[in-house]
Ligand binder design. Structure first.
Ligand code: FEO
Length: 401
């Protein structure tokens, strides 16, 4: 089956997932550091597999399982989340293993059924709060609907004090290291923040609710095992706190200036706007779209208080990459931002109106009048651009005070 072995993480539990070193596009999200698909094997009277992996990685998972126990010995499979990166090989695994039970939430049962056209009796639905015995240990299920799919749930293994949190608290990061304390903290922060910004942001109010629910449950969690990236064992409190903070999306003294440009006119304006923001003490990230990926823009927006968008006009429209990033950001529903719009044009200047409409749809109020410059900005135009930035900066300081 290949040169893959399981990694023991507690007396009863093994990591049997897969490492995807090469993935760079996760439905539009740039996964610069690859990813992992984590699956876990619990050895008890009922041998249990928690989640599976993306279909091309099935043999890797099976080899890791086989290094501990013949896969046919698996009694239960728990599917915490039905997205295909965790269920893609589920039909083949069920055929091979013939488990006694496959557990999922009630929504998971429906979703998995729709993906694979299973008969009704293949998946057993578990209720929120339900506990199943594996022998010495037992697993309790907690539904986390819409975090980030309708079927999502987490599973708590009592004897090992492990929370299997599916996508929750995860990140896209391929590594040979399995634990948070084996990896640079700055890398963990960058990737966890990117994951939250690109996957969880639209569901922030529900994240806030989940954090309250977890606090009320007061579970003793010694290992927090997401389905992507490292296992949290040293900084569990830190990642929980970061999620709580990110979900609030508070105003901050940071701004993102995102733009595209044809002959650099819009780019000159972006630089002047940056200077104006910076004159007010605002930390600015300028993101030209020929070299900035939409998912990095989303990450920058997560902890910013202002979003200023620039586009030239092309054929009466905004630039395609500006439309791309705005469509993406609109879906992520960022909150607590003030905005600004700028652009340049030759013989017509419709792009800024289209950009304004996007910001309005996103409920991002304009903190300064829009600047739209014909052809190439002169010194007067650049002064206006600088003032646009300074005006947004002053408003942002008010919001943060
Ligand atoms: Fe990692 Fe939502 O799947």
């Amino acid at each position: 089956m290949g040169p893959f072995t399981a990694e023991k993480i507690t007396d009863k539990v093994y990591w049997v997932g897969a490492v995807d070193w090469g993935v760079r596009d996760f439905h539009g999200y740039l996964t610069s550091r690859g990813s992992t698909y984590n699956a876990f094997l619990i050895i008890d009277e009922k041998v249990t597999l928690v989640d599976t992996v993306k279909k091309p990685f099935m043999k890797e998972m099976l080899a890791r399982i086989a290094s501990v126990i013949p896969p046919e010995r698996i009694d239960f499979i728990i599917s915490n989340h039905s997205e295909m990166d965790h269920t893609g090989c589920l039909p083949e695994i069920i055929d091979l293993v013939k488990p006694e039970k496959v557990y999922a939430s009630s929504m998971g049962r429906k979703a998995i059924g729709r993906h694979f056209y299973f008969d009704d009796d293949v998946i057993t639905a578990v209720k929120n709060g339900e506990t199943i015995s594996l022998g010495e240990s037992s697993v309790t299920f907690v539904e986390t609907r819409m975090l980030h799919w309708p079927d999502s749930m987490v599973s708590y293994l009592d004897t090992e004090k492990i929370m299997f949190s599916q996508d929750g608290f995860g990140m896209h990061l391929a590594s040979t290291e399995r634990y948070d304390d084996q990896l640079p903290s700055q890398v963990l922060l960058e990737e966890a923040e990117k994951y939250f910004a690109n996957i969880l942001l639209p569901f922030s109010p529900m994240v806030t609710g989940l954090m309250k629910k977890l606090a009320q449950l007061d579970l003793d969690i010694q290992l927090l095992c997401p389905d992507h990236g490292p296992i949290w064992r040293s900084d569990i409190g830190g990642i929980l706190q970061r999620w709580e903070n990110w979900a609030l999306q508070k105003y901050s003294l940071k701004a993102v200036v995102v733009y595209d440009t044809m002959w650099k006119s819009t780019g000159y304006l972006a630089d002047a706007i940056c200077d104006g923001l910076n004159s007010q003490g605002i930390s600015v990230k300028v993101m030209p779209l020929d070299s900035s990926h939409r998912s990095d823009v989303a990450t920058a927006v997560l902890d910013s208080g202002a979003l200023i968008v620039g586009s030239p006009t092309i054929n009466g429209q905004m630039f395609p990459r500006v439309a791309d990033v705005l469509t993406y950001l609109k879906g992520l529903k960022p909150k607590n931002l003030i905005g600004g719009v700028f652009g340049s044009y030759g013989w017509s200047g419709e792009a800024v109106k289209h950009v304004e409409q996007y910001l309005d749809d996103m409920k991002i109020p304009l903190a300064a009048p829009t600047l739209n410059v014909n052809y190439v900005p002169d010194d007067d135009d650049l002064a206006k651009a600088r003032e646009l930035g300074a005006t947004v900066g002053r408003e942002l300081k008010e919001k943060c005070s």
